[in-house]
Design a protein around this ligand. Structure first.
Ligand SMILES: NC(=O)c1ccc[n+]([C@@H]2O[C@H](COP(=O)([O-])OP(=O)(O)OC[C@H]3O[C@@H](n4cnc5c(N)ncnc54)[C@H](O)[C@@H]3O)[C@@H](O)[C@H]2O)c1
Ligand SMILES: [Zn+2]
Length: 477
């Protein structure tokens, strides 16, 4: 009879094989678990890290009590200029006053932050010597506050120390941070649940970020009442972000095929690849997007739809915050970083801006056409959730079916018509490719090797000639 350890190993192998071959989770990855095609050992574990979440209409009024319970004496409240003029921020300040919380306001957060705007917030945090932080706003504010907390808690670090490699050094965070309460006001990034902070690195004109479980908020207060102030395009674009978080995390490289296997759990990345727990959150978020996004965009008073989208944002955040995103996000970073003059409707800002959700979703039909062959059942399942009739669908058509379903879904929501509509032409493709290539942390999380750059010309993929979501030939660089 086999030794107990051998039997356990044998059973684990059987379980792993069974898990990968069930109808809805099968895929066409050819490598055996344990070894990547390059011969490096792959990971065998994944870890779920999520902020505590409290959800409820009006729950923001509890923030002062939370700070009191934490013993906070000197709090930094961060927001952006636009939100500082709107009622939600008053709810936070009223709760501070009612509970005797001392606080200072930083309202200079940049919408779509940069390294420079992060630095300004970091300086404010260092000078203030705060013992707790509250971030009220969308991803821009929450991410800025995470960075401020991180560098104020680790004052001798260089800015690039914690920035993702290869742009930064990607060092693990070991310094203890102060408590951070995030109050999201958009329905998109899920930043209240994640250990991720994204910014534009101005020097390279490309977005990158910091990804570490250590910077995730202590608590996310999800209060759907704030979403009633969201203008139409902000709710649409942030909804596109939720859509892509769900689609990308569900189709990411499976965690047990990611390499290398970390020698120490502290170096296991936040973006670990698709895994059974993230899958649940991704699929659930996608169902909510399918049911409620159009309603939420079209009717500002539809509290049911907007509340559900607010939750979907957190659900997708829990999924992608641990599984990671891949090609839509990897390509989005130069799309927003290289913005020329495009000014997004409904964004009250004084600089050109391609909103994050829009920059992500424009390539989605092309991305999922490209990735479908690795997990066609998953791609069909997502198309079905988004409204496609897949009863007679053929496996080889999974990519085009999902792409067509996405185009129709986005078209109904008045998405900008491809990269051309936001100011790019064919001549910009090499720069967009160049800006995507350093995003290895994200692109390597994709299920297929994205080496589509034309080796001879250095230019993008040949199919990039007519960027248009509606015509279905968006650049897949
Ligand atoms: N950390 C993460 O996990 C993560 C994930 C995805 C994206 N991001 C980043 O988040 C940023 C985008 O964040 P976002 O899409 O949440 O939007 P945002 O924070 O950039 O805000 C967009 C605009 O909406 C306004 N706004 C926000 N809430 C409002 C409300 N309730 N009523 C009226 N106006 C409101 C803001 O003032 C701003 O003008 C990008 O920098 C992106 O890269 C981070
Ligand atoms: Zn995103």
């Amino acid at each position: 009879m086999a030794a107990p350890r051998d039997r356990v190993a044998h059973l684990l192998r059987q379980l792993q094989r069974a898990a990968c071959q069930c109808p809805s989770h099968s895929h066409t990855y050819s490598q055996a678990p344990g070894l990547s095609p390059s011969g490096k050992t792959t990971d065998y574990a994944f870890e779920m890290a999520v902020s505590n979440i409290r959800y409820g209409a009006g729950v923001t009024k509890e923030v002062g009590m939370d700070l009191q319970n934490m013993g906070a004496k000197n709090v930094c409240l961060m927001t952006d200029k636009n939100l500082s003029q709107l009622p939600p921020i008053q709810t936070v300040m009223d709760s501070f006053v009612k509970n005797g919380i001392n606080f200072k306001v930083y309202d200079n957060v940049r919408v779509e932050p940069t390294d420079r705007s992060f630095m300004e917030a970091i300086e404010f945090a260092k000078r203030g010597a705060f013992d707790a932080y509250v971030a009220m706003g969308g991803g821009s504010t929450i991410d800025t506050c995470k960075a401020a907390n991180l560098y104020a808690s680790s004052p001798d670090s260089d800015f690039l120390d914690y920035v993702n490699a290869p742009i930064g050094k990607g060092k693990p965070v070991t310094a203890p941070l102060k408590p951070l309460i995030a109050v999201p006001t958009t329905s998109g990034t899920g930043s209240e649940t994640t250990g991720v902070a994204i910014f534009d690195y101005e020097h390279l004109k490309v977005k990158t970020g910091i990804a570490s479980r250590a910077i995730k908020p202590t608590l996310g207060l999800i209060d759907p009442l704030h979403t009633l102030y969201l203008p139409e395009r902000v709710i649409a674009n942030s909804g596109f972000d939720v859509l892509c978080h769900a689609l990308e995390s569900y189709t990411a490289l499976p965690y047990h095929m990611r390499s290398p296997c970390p020698a120490n759990p502290v170096t296991r990345p936040a973006y670990q690849g698709s895994n059974p727990i993230s899958d649940i959150w991704a699929v659930h978020a996608l169902r909510i997007v399918a049911k409620y996004l159009k309603r939420a965009v079209r009717n500002p008073d539809d509290l049911e739809a907007r509340s559900n989208m607010h939750l979907a944002s957190a659900f997708a955040g829990i999924g992608f915050g641990n599984a990671g995103v891949h090609l839509c996000h990897g390509m989005s970073y130069p799309i927003s970083g290289l913005v020329k003059t495009y000014k997004a409707k409904d964004y009250n800002v004084d600089h050109p801006l391609v909103p994050h959700g829009l920059s992500v979703v424009l390539t989605s039909p092309a991305v999922f056409t490209f990735t479908a062959q690795m997990s066609p059942e998953r791609h069909l399942e997502m198309a079905e959730i988004l409204g496609a009739d897949t009863r007679t669908a053929r496996i080889p058509d999974a990519g085009p079916i999902l792409a067509d379903t996405l185009r129709k879904f986005l078209f109904d929501l008045d998405v900008a018509d491809g990269l051309a509509a936001i100011g790019y032409s064919k001549a910009d493709i090499p720069a967009l490719v160049k800006g995507t290539l350093p995003q290895v942390l994200i692109t390597e999380n994709g299920p297929r090797d994205p080496q589509t750059r034309n080796q001879n010309t250095g230019k993008g993929h040949q199919a990039c000639t007519t960027p248009s979501v509606r015509r279905g030939s968006v650049c897949s660089v």
